[in-house]
Design a protein around this ligand. Structure first.
Ligand SMILES: Cc1cc2nc3c(=O)[nH]c(=O)nc-3n(C[C@H](O)[C@H](O)[C@H](O)COP(=O)(O)OP(=O)(O)OC[C@H]3O[C@@H](n4cnc5c(N)ncnc54)[C@H](O)[C@@H]3O)c2cc1C
Length: 270
């Protein structure tokens, strides 16, 4: 789901708060008599505990839809068209139980988020009497907080972009979240944007800061939806305020695009 650098930051934030992270292992058993007391790992190691929180993803429960004769898509969601109609045009499906299709290549993607579900609900409601609103596809934008580090990302990770055939250019920029950077509560904010080298269009991005970056990633999503290019983002006419935003001289979103542009120009020259 996340780019490697965001995973590393999340990992560092957790470790900094005394959380042990164990990878390349598995849970063999949760042990205890009346309540969870320990977890037995595949490696044979046993970890004592008083509580177990399981986070292993979700799968749609589509039994009702199957029983009604509706078709199910490859990621396990109810198959829908761009108007959120199932194979029975009188039945609509939205949210986690409905199949999603990528904004980038139209293929099914297992992105299950409240923001996606809400938008699909609006689309379905608009189309009940006649098809009006089309679903342009799922981009997948999310934000979260790990300890005191807020991380957010939208669109394709570099790895996913390359997997589906994009040649990528990455632009990065880091600057204080307020200006000047000596302002109280100013924190370093890093923005990383992924572009398609051929078209120059933005296809993904992420942001990381101790402050919230939720709206930065929504700005990245708006740029993706509108297929903005490196040049257009580099020249984005942002508004700034010392207490509220980064400096116009070091605005992470535009500077990351400029950074990507420089890389493309360097490659063309050499
Ligand atoms: C821990 C956690 C954190 C999350 N954080 C975020 C986040 O920060 N941002 C984000 O965008 N998304 C987040 N999500 C995902 C988000 O919650 C889901 O994508 C979203 O709730 C999906 O909405 P939905 O309406 O499709 O399904 P749901 O919210 O699951 O609603 C389905 C409803 O249908 C009811 N129902 C089921 N079967 C029947 C039946 N047979 N008859 C009648 N009612 C039925 C259920 O009881 C439920 O109330 C999070 C999910 C989890 C689990």
């Amino acid at each position: 789901v996340c780019t490697t650098d965001l995973c590393v930051r999340a990992e560092e934030a957790l470790k900094g708060n005394g959380v042990d992270i164990i990878t390349s292992n598995g849970v063999k058993a949760i042990e205890g008599t009346e309540k969870a007391e320990s977890v037995l790992l595949q490696s044979g190691e046993r970890i004592k505990c008083s509580m177990v929180i399981v986070g292993i993803g979700v799968a749609p429960n589509v039994k009702l839809a199957k029983d009604a004769g509706l078709e199910i898509g490859p990621t396990g969601g109810i198959k829908v068209d761009e108007f959120q109609r199932t194979v029975d045009p009188d039945i609509f499906a939205v949210g986690d139980c409905a199949e999603k299709y990528s904004f980038f290549n139209g293929l099914p993607v297992p992105v299950r988020l409240a923001s996606v579900a809400t938008r699909e609900g609006k689309i379905a409601a608009a189309n009940i009497f006649q098809p009006q609103w089309r679903n342009i596809g799922t981009i997948g934008a999310f934000s979260t907080v790990v300890a005191d580090t807020a991380i957010a990302m939208a669109g394709l990770t570099d790895a996913k972009a390359q997997e589906i055939g994009f040649e990528t250019v990455i632009g990065e920029a880091e600057a204080a979240s307020k200006h000047p950077g000596t302002m109280p509560e100013a924190h370093p904010m890093r923005v990383r944007l992924t572009f398609d080298r051929r078209s120059g269009k933005i296809i993904g991005g992420c942001a990381c800061c101790t402050h919230t970056v939720g709206e930065v990633v929504n700005m990245i999503t708006a740029a993706i939806v509108n297929e903005m290019t490196m040049e257009q983002i580099a020249m984005f006419p942002m508004g700034t305020h010392p207490w509220l935003t980064a400096s116009p001289l070091a605005y992470q979103f535009t500077d990351a695009a400029s950074n990507a542009l420089h890389q493309v120009k360097k490659t063309v020259k050499s």
